[in-house]
Design a protein around this ligand. Structure first.
Ligand SMILES: [Ca+2]
Length: 319
């Protein structure tokens, strides 16, 4: 986590052909926001001028604008001053897009997260060699501790491999890299972190997408105002962003609940993520082998991808 660069790849699965209605709505919203806002108003005027007596049509158009929020898109901000006003506008838009009352209430409970913004502004893109990166992230320790984690969770990894076709090595490597096997999952309120980044002007579209996923998960009871995680809204033992939870979160311990703070759920969901990115049962996962592409879907950084492959192989044996 510390010094981890947030990557788009972690949450933009190539295999996302789900046609998720929320994603479509976000896209529509983004299109509306990118166009000149007065266009919708002009449309209303035209309707009322064409048929002055048809108040009904004008009212319907006005109502549509209110619901879709296209006439008054929530403006981004570079500090907390506009956050509360942004929340009100965003909540109206979200309601219009089908977000339920529980999620709207969680959204209204959020506060601007200065910690998240500080962490976001403080990110440095290190240009480390593979050896430097592996040393910095403690890859040899992850590999040696990982071998004993694999042994002490043998039944869990065996059931995950049966279900998803993914062997323990890469899963244990990711688990070690992301949270030191569940030791450091973060203590930042998740919905506030994601809402802050959706409001922030740096990459509002990417995090608006994440916020809609988070709100959908609140409506489903997977996340709540009480959920805490890392600075950018990553949750659980392998640090899933909300959209990844929505697409790949699964119940690994059979209690009927997806809880990524629970080891079996986090590891099963990570295997499901890799499967969703094209993992082929029984094929290799080193660079040049079929399953390396799935690891590339996890994190955009080349040194990170290679580290997972190398550490994974050391854990699985044969390296
Ligand atoms: Ca569960």
């Amino acid at each position: 986590m510390g010094g981890k660069t947030i990557t788009v790849a972690n949450s933009t699965p190539v295999a996302d052909k789900s046609g998720d209605i929320f994603m479509k709505m976000v896209k529509v919203n983004a299109l509306q926001q990118s166009g000149p806002p007065q266009r919708a108003l002009e449309g209303t005027r035209k309707i009322s001028m064409v048929d002055k007596h048809s108040r009904c049509a004008a009212l319907v158009a006005a109502a549509f604008i209110l619901v879709s929020g296209s006439a008054q898109a929530a403006p981004c901000g570079n500090n907390g001053a506009g956050f509360e006003a942004w929340k009100r506008v965003f909540a109206r838009e979200a309601q219009g897009n089908g977000v339920g009352p529980k999620a709207i209430s969680a959204l209204m409970d959020t506060s601007y997260s200065t910690g998240t913004i500080r962490a976001d502004r403080g990110q440095h893109s290190f240009k480390l060699s593979l050896d430097q990166f592996m040393a910095k992230r403690g890859a040899p320790t992850i590999a040696s501790r990982g071998r004993s984690m694999k042994a002490s969770n043998a039944a869990l990894f065996s059931s995950i491999e049966k279900r998803f076709g993914v062997p323990p090595g890469p899963l244990v490597a990711i688990w070690g890299m992301e949270t030191a096997f569940g030791s450091f999952m973060g203590n930042q309120p998740t919905i506030s972190a994601v809402a802050t980044l959706a409001y922030d002007c740096r990459r509002p579209e990417y995090f608006t997408d994440q916020l809609y996923s988070a709100l959908q998960l609140v409506d489903r009871g997977v996340l709540s105002s009480a959920t805490r995680g890392a600075m950018h809204g990553e949750v659980g033992q392998t640090q899933f962003l909300p959209k990844s939870i929505l697409l790949y979160g699964v119940d690994g311990n059979g209690d009927g609940v997806v809880n990524l703070n629970a080891k079996p759920d986090a590891l099963a969901s990570t295997a499901n993520f890799l499967k969703g990115h094209g993992w082929v049962r029984g094929a290799g996962y080193q660079p040049g082998e079929p399953n390396f592409a799935a690891i590339q879907g996890w994190n955009a950084a080349g040194v990170y991808q290679q580290t997972i492959a190398i550490v994974g192989k050391r854990i699985d044996g044969g390296g």
